[in-house]
Write a protein that binds this ligand. Structure first.
Ligand code: ADP
Ligand code: MG
Length: 607
């Protein structure tokens, strides 16, 4: 039998290696910018088109490369950063594996222009799928410019695997922010599709944080510092009252390299104990410096996890440092969290609130399945946000039929038996609406019911008929985190269909002229941030996107558990629920309605 083992050709080997190092445009961005940082640049420009799918260009003013280095740097294991294995234990640079450029060159069309200070002319190289197409002298400034075009052009499977532009752009912004935060002493800018979305001058960490997240972060930051033999800690934690509902702004940098570490995160989170509203996450920007020999540097370039000796001690030091910082700035547990509370989403009704009244319908005839008596009701408070449309037909039996079909299978009740008594509704513990039906009683979960109603309304707005806009008396200018405003930009049409009337002011600001009628009582900036946040965790596919958008708004605008409902509100809620296409379950598949048959109740009392 012939020998079977082949040595893989260089190009194939590089493509395989590239799969690990370059997973998406953001990984190429990270590698390029880190090289520019290692090259001692004082300003680094990142230019991206189509979320990096068409172009990623990094221009720096660092030390540049010689003519030979410019060619060699694309070879695998080509690095100027270590010479000997021992160097690994004293690493202060970002790179050392010499894999990044070789990987990028294996899966894209690359153009490199570079010049050192001592050279009169620079050199320009074109490489495609690892093959040098040309190399010639060129005039260019001192430093290096690398353009990566059509990433994964030769691996269609990988290219197809990329997510939507929104998601990929967000990954790029994330990488950019991490490196920019790690290096405030270096200036950075980011252009996406011709628009400058970041321009960060060199400065200190505080300036860098406000440059990225907005000037209002200035007052939110609590300096956090400590120096011991095993670790030096510097940076900031966010004041507890600005804690977020998602984990967005949590940054650890270990020796100036962004890392994720749930153990250390726990240390910070526990330092905030009793200072945070439930389900919220403190912001932090913390730099840990340890001797390079005490960490496992042999980490994979794309991985952000890291192992280090002494993690127990570092945990303890970190926790007490953060505690002390919070204490020093007088942040005591008496802080008032009212404004962050979730229940506060529903403001009290505007105008006078009518007292609850018990209503009796004198025309009610239990044998009449049309049961239209309820429509004459008036009085009681109306929904604070006038959510419910009072003209919806009362097709109760439809709901009930669906429900019975789903829950009980073949055990169907004759239609004429299914009719709701209009003897009024009863609200139980601010959570359930209970009413009598022919065969027994029906319990409806109010928050879920309203979520279903609004979800279908918003979806209708997105798919068929755009919603009405409520013009704001005073247009509101909003500044959002950059990744959020980029995401919202991609959603212009959908937001318009939902009733938002707004215009980008360039950068990450926008002005809102009108909002969906159903959302007039909600803080706009926060709502837009929530929408963006949810969409950024989205997988592509237009339909899914619309559903997610509808659900996000429905959850915000919906009435909540604990809200008192008048008879009229309960009646309208139930009418509208019946008018839905799927009244018995929430969009997430949770039950909304439960019925208890008279026989079941009877059985209780039989003995
Ligand atoms: P590594 O960064 O691990 O050394 P890379 O493949 O990223 O490997 O880069 C290979 C080499 O190319 C680097 O070691 C460096 O000498 C050189 N290089 C890459 N980018 C730049 C740059 N922007 N400026 C100067 N030299 C660079
Ligand atoms: Mg590198």
């Amino acid at each position: 039998m012939a020998d079977r083992i082949n040595i893989l050709p260089e190009t194939v080997a590089n493509q395989i290696a590239a799969g690990e190092v370059i997973q998406r445009p953001a990984s190429a961005v990270k590698e390029l910018i880190e090289n520019s940082v290692d090259a001692g640049s004082s300003f680094i420009r990142l230019i991206v088109k189509d979320a990096g799918k068409t172009l990623i260009q990094v221009i720096d003013n660092g030390i540049g490369m010689s003519e030979t280095d410019a060619r060699v740097c694309f070879e695998r294991h080509a690095t100027s950063k270590i010479n000997r294995a021992e160097d690994l234990f004293s690493l202060t640079t970002k790179g050392f594996r010499g894999e990044a450029l070789a990987s990028v060159a294996a899966v894209a069309q690359v153009e490199l222009k570079t010049r050192r200070e001592e050279d009169a002319v620079g050199t320009c190289i074109l490489i495609e799928g690892n093959e040098v197409r040309s190399q010639e002298p060129c005039t260019c400034p001192v430093g290096t410019s690398i353009s990566i075009k059509n990433l994964f052009f030769n691996i269609p499977a990988r290219r197809n695997f990329l997510k939507s532009n929104t998601v990929e752009a967000n990954h790029i912004i994330e990488e950019f922010q991490r490196i920019a935060l790690a290096h405030p002493e270096t200036g950075f800018s980011l252009h996406h599709n011709g628009e400058e979305i970041f321009h960060l001058e060199a400065g200190n960490l505080r300036q860098r944080i406000t440059g990225i997240f907005g000037n209002n972060y200035n007052e939110r930051l609590v300096p956090t510092e400590e120096e011991t033999d095993i670790v030096k800690i510097t940076g900031f934690v966010g004041k507890p009252q600005f804690a977020r509902k998602t984990r967005g702004e949590q940054f650890f940098f270990l020796n100036k390299r962004f890392i994720k570490n749930s153990y250390l995160n726990h240390a910070v989170q526990s330092a905030f104990q009793q200072l945070l509203p439930p389900d919220s996450f403190p912001s932090y920007f913390l730099f840990l410096d340890v001797p390079p020999s005490t960490i496992d540097i042999n980490i994979h370039p794309t991985k952000t996890e890291v192992k280090f000796e002494d993690d127990k001690h570092i945990y303890a030091i970190l926790k007490s440092t953060v505690r002390m910082a919070l204490g020093k700035y007088n942040i005591s547990p008496t802080i008032d969290f009212e404004q962050e509370s979730t229940i506060a989403f529903i403001p009290p009704p505007k105008g006078p609130v009518a007292e609850p009244v018990i209503m009796v319908d004198p025309t009610f005839n239990p044998f009449n399945t049309q049961s239209s008596g309820r429509q004459g009701y008036s009085g009681g408070s109306s929904y604070s946000n006038s959510v419910l449309n009072k003209q919806v037909p009362a097709n109760w039996d439809m709901l009930y039929r669906n429900h019975v079909n789903q829950e009980k299978g073949p055990e169907l009740i004759p239609e004429e038996e299914v009719s709701v008594s209009s003897k009024g509704f009863f609200q139980l513990h601010g959570r359930f609406v209970i009413c009598q039906i022919k065969s027994g009683l029906m319990i409806i979960e109010q928050q879920r019911a309203h979520e279903r109603i609004l979800y279908e309304k918003f979806l209708h707005n997105l798919e068929q008929q755009p919603a009405a806009t409520q013009k704001l008396l005073f247009p509101e200018t909003i500044t959002l985190p950059v990744n959020h405003s980029v995401a919202l930009n991609e959603l212009q049409q959908e937001l318009k269909d939902l009733g938002f009337d707004m215009q980008s002011l360039g950068g990450n600001s926008l002005v809102v002229y009108g909002v969906p009628v159903l959302l007039t009582d909600h803080p706009i900036a926060r709502e837009l941030e929530r929408i963006a946040e949810e969409l950024l965790t989205e997988t592509p596919g237009t339909n899914a996107r619309k559903e997610k958008l509808a659900l996000s708004l429905a959850r915000t605008a919906g009435i909540k558990t604990g809200k008192f409902l008048s008879q009229e509100e309960m009646s309208t809620l139930i009418d509208e629920l019946f008018a839905c296409t799927m009244p018995s379950v929430t969009p997430a598949g949770k039950p909304i309605v439960h019925t208890i048959r008279l026989e079941e109740i009877d059985r209780f009392f039989r003995s």
